[in-house]
Design a protein around this ligand. Structure first.
Ligand code: FE2
Ligand code: FE2
Length: 270
């Protein structure tokens, strides 16, 4: 049995390079963040709970990388993206853990063991299979559409945490994390758009209904790791969302995906 030849890549080396360079520039002060201190009394409990859970979630990237590799097949450029993305999410883990330590708290060995024990890849792939609108869909397309939703969910979650944390220094860092998440969202969009230039009309027709299907049963990665339900954190992304944030997400996502609606067979009915 030979190794499957690489699938054609739709993203160019320049696309990857541009994202790589921008990502390197975002955390020039990473080493300095060791010195953070905060007044725990000022920070609402739900924000601290969010920070602990999301820090652990950012540490979950080793799980998430498994599904990326699976769904991106052997696409050479998307392999690079997976590696860069993993490093950037791991940076968020480091930043968030330093904030938590600055609050006088920390993740525990039980947290790490609980997270690492999860059978995420199996659960997540079963969810994606369930939600796939057409069996013939290239799983890169499915992963990229999901990626736009997931990363934008992260943008909104970190933005909400920045607004609610009552500490300007912490808020600044959380807004920087949100900016990174927006870059991740944007990469999924750019890669999806590049794919569209090479797709058949039948494949293009699947994007809008696939977006609607995922939005209709949106399950975030945390919902596929048992430990998050043990600590009551499956609502991690949404715990700080209010009605206004939810409307912002719906508006942003429908606005973005709207342009794919024209490719559906009968846009009037979908
Ligand atoms: Fe992140
Ligand atoms: Fe991200």
């Amino acid at each position: 049995m030979g190794i499957h030849p690489p699938y054609p890549s739709f993203t160019t080396p320049d696309t990857i390079d541009d994202f790589f360079v921008a990502g390197r520039n975002l955390w020039p002060d990473l080493a300095d963040l060791k010195q953070l201190t905060y007044d725990r009394e000022q920070v609402p409990d739900e924000v601290v709970r969010f920070l602990r859970s999301t820090c652990l979630n950012e540490h979950g990237v080793a799980h998430y990388l498994g599904s990326y590799f699976h769904n991106y097949h052997n696409d050479f450029k998307l392999r690079f993206w997976s590696a860069m993305w993993t490093a950037e999410e791991y940076t968020h883990y480091i930043v968030l853990r330093r904030i938590i330590q600055g609050l006088g708290d920390d993740l525990t060995p039980r947290d790490f063991a609980g997270l690492e024990d999860g059978d995420y890849v199996e659960n997540f792939l079963a969810y994606l299979d369930d939600i796939r609108v057409d069996k013939s869909m290239d799983s890169r397309m499915l992963q990229l559409i999901y990626g736009v939703l997931q990363e934008y969910g992260a943008v909104i979650a970190y933005t909400a945490a920045a607004e609610q944390c009552n500490d300007e220094g912490m808020a600044k860092i959380l807004r920087r994390v949100a900016k990174d998440e927006m870059r991740h969202c944007r990469f999924n969009q750019v890669a999806l758009e590049a794919m569209m230039e090479h797709c058949s009309e039948d494949e293009k027709a699947l994007v809008w209904p696939q977006f609607r299907a995922i939005w209709g049963d949106l399950q975030m990665p945390t919902e596929h790791i048992a430990y998050f339900s043990e600590i009551g954190a499956t609502d991690l992304y949404t715990s700080l969302w209010d009605g206004e944030k939810r409307s912002k997400i719906i508006l942003y996502l429908s606005h973005y995906f709207q342009k794919f609606r024209q490719y559906t067979k009968d846009p009037a009915t979908t």
